[in-house]
Design a protein around this ligand. Structure first.
Ligand code: 5GP
Ligand code: ZN
Length: 135
């Protein structure tokens, strides 16, 4: 574990957190600066930096824990929906470099808005970028 990782310290109990769920592989706790009521984070106990390097098994366990939490939010908080969010690298808004998924309960009157708007693209543009991704 990197000495300076706050999420590893939360897993180890060296920093306080408001835990809401845990299993052998994951810990879930309230985000300290919630975007909506109930906003939580799911992290693997094992340190990885982000989506690029998280082990596939840890990713699976994190996704399953996120689903468990989403159902608790639906049933316990009465939210109207849930967003899962992951940010990978600073360019994509990542600020804590221990892989995590935000589980954000949504309410009809909450203040969140989509962060982007669709680009106008031609079919050739889509085809060109799809070719790059197919490799
Ligand atoms: P990111 O910006 O990397 O996608 O998400 C990091 C999240 O961690 C932020 O939403 C931030 O509020 C939350 N956070 C940062 N430090 C702490 C902390 O010490 N405790 C808790 N519970 N959340 C934290
Ligand atoms: Zn860590």
């Amino acid at each position: 574990m990197p000495d300076d990782c706050i999420f590893c310290k939360i897993v180890a109990g060296e920093l306080p957190s408001e835990r809401v769920d845990e299993d052998e592989h994951t810990v879930s706790f309230m985000d300290i600066n919630p975007w909506t009521r109930g906003h939580a984070l799911v992290i693997p106990r094992e340190h990885s930096t982000n989506l690029y390097d998280v082990a596939q098994d840890e990713l699976r366990h994190t996704a399953v824990a996120a689903q468990r939490l989403a159902l608790k939010m639906r049933d316990g908080l009465g939210c109207a929906g849930v967003n899962l969010l992951n940010s990978c690298e600073a360019a994509a808004w990542q600020t804590v470099f221990h892989f995590h998924v935000h589980v954000i309960p949504r309410y009809s009157d909450d203040p969140l808005r989509l962060p982007g708007s669709p680009l106008a693209v031609e079919p050739e543009d889509l085809a060109a970028v799809a070719a790059l991704l197919r490799g």
